[in-house]
Design a protein. Structure first.
Length: 314
């Protein structure tokens, strides 16, 4: 096995391993980012549920108390303690006709009773207004806190996306530069190897053509009995024309081999160009994905703003 070819295979294998490692790291980074986003979303959902439960509890505590129900008198545990005796005085309004304490048609406490009822209605109205104002203030405070939390969460998400885009841009640039440098080194090495190979082949051909073995005179193989008598130990078997034909054929073979190597070099160059085009297409696709993500994010912000306005209006 040629040492240079083995070194080229080892270097190519290292390049593939580096590319696979970069791909695994990018995938792991994406998984970490997705986990972080899921944690933020789950935390926001838990906070929303907690705020809704808190608001429901406050509403029930302020506006749905047991003593405000119509049937509370039937279920009041303090009913016996609050109840009055059967008779308080002679003018007790609960006394019947047979008791001779109060007669039909008499209402001696009308003015006092109406005054007490008006005062009681006024107190109830003021209390309800106060409770309503407190509920509105609590709701406004909850809405403000929710909007503040949502803005902070959106800012965190945008910051994470910006860092992710920046890191991805740096990785892409480093990978592109590394691939370009490796391709240039490989092309330069191939050019040097081809030039050295051509030079070695030409030197070998020249040495063979000008060497003692091929340049010897074939006439020395002619024996003393005539031209057709050949000395076996000196016979070369060919004349000058045959040698020229063989040399011409060897030259054609060398040229054909050079043409084949040139064709291989062109194919390698074409493969390198296609790899560069594929890398450029991948980069363009990633930029398109980033633009689409920004558009989706902007649409999501608009929808969140509209929902916030509707919630405030309600």
């Amino acid at each position: 096995i040629d040492k240079d070819a083995l070194d080229a295979q080892v270097k190519e294998r290292k390049i593939q391993e580096a590319a696979e490692k970069a791909e695994h790291e990018r995938f792991a980074h994406d998984m970490k980012k997705n986990d972080k986003l899921m944690c933020l979303l789950e935390e926001r959902q838990k906070n929303e549920i907690k705020d809704m439960n808190r608001a429901l509890t406050e509403f029930q505590k302020n506006f749905q108390r047991p003593e405000t129900r119509r049937e509370f008198d039937l279920n009041d545990p303090q009913a016996l303690k609050k109840d009055r005796p059967a008779r308080v005085s002679d003018d007790d309004p609960r006394c019947t006709i047979s008791s001779m304490q109060k007669f039909m048609g008499e209402d001696l406490n009308y003015d006092q009773r109406m005054k007490f009822q008006k005062e009681q209605l006024r107190e109830w109205s003021l209390q309800q207004q106060k409770d309503w104002k407190n509920a509105l203030a609590d709701q406004k405070l909850a809405d403000d806190l929710y909007d503040k939390f949502r803005i902070e969460l959106d800012q965190k998400i945008m910051e994470e996306q910006r860092k992710e885009e920046e890191s991805r841009r740096v990785v892409c640039m480093a990978t592109k530069n590394f691939n370009r440098i490796q391709a240039a080194e490989l092309d330069h090495k191939n050019e040097l190897e081809k030039a050295q190979k051509i030079k070695d082949d030409m030197d070998e051909i020249t040495c063979l053509l000008q060497g003692d073995f091929l340049s010897e005179n074939p006439d020395q193989a002619i024996g003393p009995l005539g031209k057709h008598h050949v000395l076996v130990d000196r016979w070369k078997g060919m004349n000058q024309e045959q040698l020229m034909a063989i040399r011409q054929f060897q030259k054609e073979q060398a040229l054909e081999k050079l043409r084949e190597r040139e064709q291989e070099r062109r194919i390698d160059a074409e493969w390198d160009r296609q790899r560069l085009q594929a890398a450029r297409a991948q980069l363009l696709w990633e930029r398109q994905q980033q633009r689409q993500n920004r558009v989706q994010r902007r649409d999501l912000d608009v929808v969140n703003a509209e929902l916030s306005q509707e919630q405030k209006a309600k």
